[in-house]
Design a protein around this ligand. Structure first.
Ligand code: ASP
Length: 440
């Protein structure tokens, strides 16, 4: 079995017993309770030892930061192993020759475009303006960076010591080294079987660890939000709503404008027909927030309703669910603008370009399961010197955005695959144009 096949095994969501609140429900409870308690502290509890030392800067701070540290702990190994496995899957891209190259080009191109859309809309919506997080940040806020020349910036991608890069959390260097390891594993084939298996198992281990850490999310979210709102009162509401609006608008623009244009320009087919027929897959991805679980339905529906041959989809859809996350990178783009504005950090052109590069790679390193995009978001933040603490604030509203972005993630895979099928002359246009009733 190839590396790609082994890394992209769909993981159906485990059904939870009826009537019991799942993790999403508890995170929501944590969110609402955190906001309420924070506002209560701000409005009714006077400053003093109990309010400030025991609660706001004591329990809320320690538990909230504990959760953020757990998230940070995951970043380097999670990104490293998932990129190694992702790059090792390229062995199959090579086997597919031109088609593999084309699909990869579309995947990376649409992701880079998605981040540009997100940054543009983010700068328009200005989600972090009016929120001053610098006053409640921990001591780890990045110091203003010295000006580094473009040549130095590029050179800094190559680690002098890969272990030092992992230890120091230099994410671009970690990404560079991981890609190199993955590509060479693919090239060495059976000679690197053992190391490929170890990488896959480490990747699985990191996924389990992520799931475990996420179990603490409700209490973490509660404490982070209680502290934020105790310090800022209602000032934090509008920025969070604007952040959500920025993400939703960008997801909509990518899905219904960029993808429609792509489909129409390359195939001359009607995007509205595509979306009408593809809606059930989007709905499924939305409700599960899991690209991986959507793979079988995506393949089936693309073949039966849209005429995309299975010989192509059986490769491109699992690959896309592993590597191509346009929706996730959109959330990351808007989150970067939100955090930069809230901490008063100027991104500049170099910063924006770094975000495009790291968020594209972070999307490759994001597994198609719920909430992983938040963990890889740290990579993007660290690459431009933003405090990871800001993630604590947006975690509270992430689940609904996760559902939406997953729907965009899998739509991107389907659109790119349809375009490539049409370019190869493999698309059954009659089936694409047929009425839904005639193809089901
Ligand atoms: N839930 C997303 C997916 O499965 C990944 C993420 O952004 O967290 O595609």
């Amino acid at each position: 079995m190839s590396n790609a096949e082994q890394t992209a095994v769909p993981q159906p969501p485990v059904p939870k017993p009826r009537g019991r609140l799942g993790l999403t429900g508890w995170i929501f409870v944590g969110l609402v309770a955190g906001v309420l308690v924070g506002v209560l502290f701000k409005l009714w509890i006077p400053n003093g030892f109990v309010r400030d030392t025991v609660f706001v800067d004591g329990v809320f701070y320690a538990v909230g930061q504990g959760f953020i540290r757990l998230m940070k702990m995951l970043v380097a190994p999670l990104v490293f192993f998932s990129l190694v496995c992702g790059a090792a899957a390229m062995e199959d891209v090579a086997a597919l020759g031109k088609t593999g190259g084309k699909i990869l080009g579309f995947y990376l191109g649409t992701t880079a475009c998605a981040i540009c859309v997100a940054l543009s809309i983010g700068f328009l919506v200005r989600p972090g303006v009016g929120l001053d997080l610098s006053q409640i940040a921990s001591s780890e806020v990045a110091a203003p960076q010295e000006k580094v020349s473009a040549a130095e910036t590029l050179l800094n991608i190559i680690p002098e010591n890969p272990f030092g890069a992992i230890a120091g959390g230099a994410m671009l260097q970690v990404i560079f080294f991981a890609l190199l390891v993955g590509v060479l594993i693919a090239k060495m084939g059976s000679r690197a079987d053992a190391i490929a298996r170890v990488a896959r198992q480490c990747n699985d281990l990191m996924m389990e660890m992520t799931a475990l850490v996420m179990k603490f999310a409700p209490i973490g979210v509660f404490c982070i939000l209680a502290r934020t709102f105790a310090n800022l009162g209602f000032d934090a509401f509008a920025p969070l709503l604007k952040y959500m609006a920025g993400v939703v608008l960008s997801l909509g623009a990518q899905c219904f404008i960029v993808y429609s244009l792509l489909l129409f320009l390359f195939t001359r087919l009607n995007p509205i027909r595509f979306f009408r027929k593809f809606m059930p897959v989007m709905a499924f991805a939305f409700s599960t927030a899991t690209s991986n679980a959507t793979i079988p339905m995506n393949i089936k529906l693309l073949e039966e309703r849209l005429g995309v041959p299975r010989k192509l989809t059986s490769f491109t859809i699992p690959l896309g669910a592993t590597l191509n996350m346009d929706g996730t990178s959109i959330m990351q783009g808007v989150a970067v603008v939100f955090a930069a504005q809230a901490y008063g950090i100027h991104l500049g052109l170099t910063g924006c370009l770094t975000v495009v590069a790291t968020a594209t790679l972070a999307s490759v390193g994001t597994a198609g399961i719920p909430a992983v995009g938040l963990v890889t978001l740290s990579t993007v933040f660290l690459s431009v010197g933003l405090p990871v603490e800001a993630i604590g604030l947006i975690i509270g509203v992430d689940r609904i955005l996760d559902m939406l972005r997953t729907a965009v993630n899998i739509t991107g895979d389907a659109i790119c695959t349809t375009v490539v099928a049409s370019q190869n002359g493999d698309l059954d246009r009659a089936r694409f144009l047929a009425d839904v009733r005639d193809t089901d």
